[in-house]
Design a protein around this ligand. Sequence first.
Ligand code: GDP
Ligand code: MG
Length: 310
Amino acid sequence: MPKPYSAMMDEINGRLKGKVGDDRAKEIRLLLKEIQFDVGDYRKIKDKLRRELKEIETVEQAKKASRKTGHTKKETPQFVVIGAANSGKSTLINNLCGTDFLVADYPYTTTEPQYGALKHDKVNFQLVELPAIYEGCWDGDKSHLAIIHSTDCLLILGRSIKDFKLVLAELKKNNIHVKSERMEDGFIQTNPRTIPAFIVYDKKLEVMLSTGLKMVSNEDLETVRNTMVEVTKPVRIFTMDSFNKIEDFPIVFFKDQLTIKDVTKKIGKGKVEIFKDAIVLEGGSNGRRKRVGISYELADGDVVHLTFNK
Ligand SMILES: Nc1nc2c(ncn2[C@@H]2O[C@H](COP(=O)(O)OP(=O)(O)O)[C@@H](O)[C@H]2O)c(=O)[nH]1
Ligand SMILES: [Mg+2]
């Protein structure tokens, strides 16, 4: 005799309680096998379980894929902008990127992620607005959580301490930790996930938070842009031709201990094998000029000219 709907939901909720990630997926697969009927209420329950399973699989796949990549080669760090409803996410992105997202007085205006781009200090950034965060917002649908998992940085917005507490609690609940700047090696995707982040607050915020994260007022857009640079710590390397002409746009790296070898690799496949030597202008066009080898360590703003054998 099949169980009634409510009894079945109780059993399912009991069995899934406290289970997350792969464990939860495993239990759902078991449940799907065990529930033999696939009509009426059973169909509804199974569809719900199938949907959730798919969402969990999406997140887990994103996690695994990002773990495999290790060092990212990207030149455009992505900031996901998160915050409670009406915390000014769309307004901030519009102001920073010159986009035209819908800004509205009523909450939950943004139901799909929205994208914007900006360039500051010769670094490109991508901004993504996620729909408003509320308590338990990622308990069911995991697709937005997957976006957070695979992003490089977070920009956390709020108008009150309550807003921030909510966002920080939801992140914590979902095993996402925040830190004040990127990892030494770039935007490495760790497990559990630690993401560089900073906070943008409304000037009316009465007290400060002690999160260890940088905090910037939403009225000070220039500082918001500068903080995006500080958090991601770009190493901008300018190349120079044989006539001492320096390129306007740098090659941008996001890792510490960058060497001439990294730049050589970036310039082309097989270039490391034919590398001869390099001229470096330390810190820019007026910097000290020196001839260096392939393992020479570069710093932000250095100018290089590479020479190859052949
Ligand atoms: N007081 C105040 N209102 C703001 C600020 N930023 C946006 N708003 C207003 O708050 C409402 C929601 O803004 P919106 O950018 O759509 O917030 P979102 O839901 O987080 O994307 C709109 O009426 C905005 O005009 C701010 O910094 N301070
Ligand atoms: Mg919005």
